[in-house]
Design a binder for this molecule. Sequence first.
Ligand code: SAH
Length: 214
Amino acid sequence: MRLRNVAGSREAIALSPYVVQEAQQPRCPGAWKEIFGNHRPIHLEIGMGKGKFIHTMAREHPHINYVGVEKYSSVLLRAVQRMEKEELENLKFLRMDAENLLSVFGPGEVDRIYLNFSDPWPKDRHAGRRLPSREFLKRYDVILKPEGVLEFKTDNRSLFEFALGELEPAGWKLEAVTFDLHGDPGMMEGNVTTEYEEKFSAMGNPICKYVISR
Ligand code: SAH
């Protein structure tokens, strides 16, 4: 996501009722049912950007609670503004680095995880920062229910191949995979496009997707 520092974004986020504030985050592990006020499943998008995907998902699936994680205030602000236009009670946001997920979610508290168009971090020495890396899979392993799945979409073929290679060493297995999501009617069923997915598929890039479990 292009980083443009939007003036006042930090302040706007600090006041937003849709954001679980940093000061509340230490009380979050094990408390998500209370935060949402119900016992519905919790689905997480990590690196949600401006929030088109998660907002659409939350509208289409009112019986699922969604949490969007985004590192940058200036990007998260766009998702907050989308909520101001169309409020959904089953969607909350966290402004945080996903490296710290374990300080916000308890073991097995999450039912499903989405990674969409994660940053590629092309340098080898930054491999551990890639959201589908084995380092991150270890974190997801803690917070995701044993029967939970993780879905990853990207148009970046080398990131996708890296992600596939991380599965076995980290103890995960493929449930489904495609190198051309938009040409695969089975895997397209119920597909909700993300901002990046629209942009890159309009440029003619095929979209790769996997669904994994343990
Ligand atoms: N999912 C959106 C945005 C993709 S761009 C879409 O598909 O359109 C990747 C996003 O992930 C950026 O907004 C970036 O700020 C965020 N991000 C990258 N690393 C992150 C991390 N460690 N923790 C939280 N967010 C992260």
